[in-house]
Design a protein around this ligand. Structure first.
Ligand code: HEC
Length: 258
């Protein structure tokens, strides 16, 4: 007798049972797709720039701090021929709390950042310029603003991570246990089902642990993303192979049952 016959096969269970399980698995997988989309939206702006990237996850679990690119360029001595007084005025403005108010403040006269930039930067940093600097236009406040602010994003507070984990960890583990059990009741090779369960289990554990570890070490952000993807893919595949098994001809353990 093949070893797999120790578990009942999904195909041995009645038509109504399979119909019900099919609906439940479809609901589960649909829920995963929806929450995947929601996750993207939820984290989209964590790094304060549009689009969902690794930096969004990094911002949420580790925090991000980066100096303003404008400040960094000026401090690095860019552009070479900028008068020291103008450089100092721009740096003082970047350090102030009134970046947007003072950008084109008329009271500042020639020392207004917009004036200095117009005179000293736009030869290169205008859209129509021939210089490669035109790739980074600085013509309007909307161009300058994203480069002016430094980034200081605090990671999600521990209490919120704990609350989120309190709902996510048990639910996702249960889901994986159940689709794993369903997968084990199919005709698919044991080793294949085992591999999917192992990948999902390791992925989920890594993901959940990395939520905490990423706070101190940003490298764990890769484990959050990789572990999350691994367990998501594992749930999807286990669900799919169960669906396929339930409706494909054959696959019973004891063909004489009905
Ligand atoms: C002679 C041309 C020229 C002038 C003048 C100039 N820049 Fe640039 N700037 C460049 C070039 C070229 C780059 C690199 C563009 C790229 O990486 O595609 C650059 C890059 C930058 C960057 C981006 C640095 C980064 O980290 O990527 C900033 C910010 C910047 N310039 C600010 C300024 C400011 C402010 C001024 C005026 C005070 C100025 N630049 C004047 C040519 C110029």
């Amino acid at each position: 007798m093949p070893a797999s016959s120790t578990l009942p096969r999904l195909k041995d269970l009645g038509l109504l049972f399979r119909l019900g399980v099919t609906c439940l698995v479809l609901t589960l997988l649909g829920g995963y797709v929806v929450s995947g989309i929601h996750l993207r939206k939820h984290y989209d702006n964590r790094d304060e720039s549009p689009g969902f990237t690794l930096d969004d996850v990094r911002a949420a679990y580790h925090g991000i701090s980066a100096p303003s690119p404008l400040r960094a360029a000026l401090q690095d001595g860019h552009p070479e021929d900028l008068a020291q007084a103008d450089r100092d005025a721009l740096l003082a403005w970047l350090d102030s709390d009134s970046l947007s108010q003072d950008y084109d403040n008329l009271d500042l006269g020639d020392e207004a950042p917009a004036e200095i930039i117009a005179v000293s930067c736009l030869d290169c940093h205008a859209r129509g310029s021939e210089d490669p600097g035109s790739a980074i236009p600085l013509e309007y406040w909307d161009d300058v603003r994203p480069l002016a602010f430094s980034t200081d994003i605090q990671p999600t507070p521990d209490e919120i991570i704990a609350v989120s984990q309190h709902t996510h960890a048990p639910t996702m583990a249960m889901v994986l246990l159940i689709v794993g059990a369903l997968g084990a009741m199919t005709r698919w090779a044991r080793a294949f089902v085992g591999l999917l369960v192992a990948v999902g289990g390791v992925g989920l554990l890594l993901d959940m642990a990395a939520w905490w570890l990423a706070k101190d070490n940003a490298a764990w952000v890769y484990a959050i993303v990789g572990g999350g993807l691994a367990q998501g893919a594992s749930v999807m595949l286990l669900g799919l192979i169960s669906l396929i098994d339930m409706w494909l001809p054959g696959g019973r353990s004891r063909p004489n049952l009905d």
